[in-house]
Ligand binder design. Sequence first.
Ligand code: ADP
Length: 552
Amino acid sequence: QFPFGRRLPCDIYWHGVSFHDNNIFSGQVNKFPGMMETVRKITLSRAMRTMQDLFPLEYNFYPRSWILPEELPLFVAEVRMMKDSNPSWKPTFIVKPDGGCQGDGIYLIKDPSDIRLTGSIQSRPAVVQEYICKPLLVDKLKFDIRLYVLLKSLEPLEIYIAKDGLSRFCTEPYQEPTLKNLHQVFMHLTNYSLNIHSGNFIHSDSVNTGSKRTFSSILCRLSSRGADVKKLWSDIISLVIKTIIALTPELKVYYQSDIPAGKPGPTCFQILGFDILLMKDLKPMLLEVNANPSMRIEHEQELSPGVFENVPSPVDEKVKVAVIRDTLRLMDPQKKKRKDTHNIYYTEFEHAGDILRSLSCISGMKDKQHKHHSLKLSLKLKFYLKLGSCQRLEQAPAASEEAPDAAPSPEPALPSLCLKQVFPKYAKHFSYLRLVDRVAALFIRFLGVKGTTKLGPTGFRTFIRNCRLSNSNFSMAAVDILYIDITRRWNSMGIDHKESGMCLQAFVEAFFCLAQKKYKALPLHEQVASLIELCECRLAALHGKRLVWGCG
Ligand code: ADP
């Protein structure tokens, strides 16, 4: 912690909330620029919609969503149409304010006309989503899963998933939504921050009972009932990879803007919290992605009215300590230099232990908790010892069953890695989905001035000209009109008014439009893939020509 400012460069920078420090020129930062913006409810819904347009079957793990207020008429029209075509369809919808968290401002409705329009929707945009009415229940209760995912690198893409997560339970037995029970948050919303206030909340020292359990305990239970847990895991892995593939184009635009290529800068990594709901048939559905998941390993306990104490939470500790520990092991800057001598190893291990202790403190600390700092430090020391440092002299190197997928060389005497590499391990199954990534690469290429995230009219014209996309049917005047129309619409609904110009999502829309025009008969993803190939080919040819001229 540097309360009075940092003086020396560090190996790892651990920011509490977001990437915000532009004075870092080396090392590794635990946040990506723009991640907070990219996973906001509206931006995530837009990114998922783009992928659903391209690959509807592959992206059917995200509930149908509409963005308010701009898509309210569309929402009303589509629901009416679906009801007309299927009169037995009795849907429920969930309205979630953009940028909200911990269940704040969320409510359920049965009909589009129930949206609360009184002022708030205009001033606070939201996402309205199909409500999943038939979730899997355990002990008659609805629950969701929080899984921790490490985005280790954006280019090349590297993703790790923690083998265990948390299951957070509702505190009222679940019933399918009716007008009578729509308002019962303890029945419908699984947020810990809400259910903790229910009289039925159970803090448990065991990982397989109570209102917060490990996900592995749920899997055990499902497996004993004969469920295909292997398939469930593979569906979850695929959900995580596909979601990150949907997010990477936007992240790359932010990245080049904050950390321009070719200039000294840090590399980034980030732990993300994925909230997933299991349907009755065990299909995982994505609820949201959290850029700043809580790493607290304690909960508050009221000793007497108004007097609170922080007590360790074994479930949080089991899951979260392993995530932070393994993240540090994977990001360890010394790893490359390590000669595997015990001396170096111990020094590093102690160093990692120190960091681990402070990190858990920072992550879990609120203002009023500062006075308990020393108590907390000793608590952390205890769990650190539990992690295995006390055994390190006696233990043989841990034989990690996951060694080939995980870190290149598992350190001796540490527990085996809980973070499992899933990308690039399974890259070949998913690379065909990375079309928007390639569109983003074209976008970034024409951004011109470093540090921007929006494309000006000249940049757009240069893109069209260099890729030779205009012709007698599509004049440069039509190009300008396309640019103005799409850019104006996106900027009128955009959250970011700081810069003028065409944002990535507007460019993607324009690109899809051009692809549809050029390759009429094909399905959308083939139209887009064909246009990308054409553009890449023509740009490569142009580049080649320039090189030859340069040589001449
Ligand atoms: P927040 O960021 O406020 O926690 P979430 O999107 O995670 O917002 O939603 C809060 C809770 O509402 C979830 O934990 C889940 O229990 C419930 N929920 C959210 N979306 C849906 C949905 N589409 N279907 C069923 N339940 C949902």
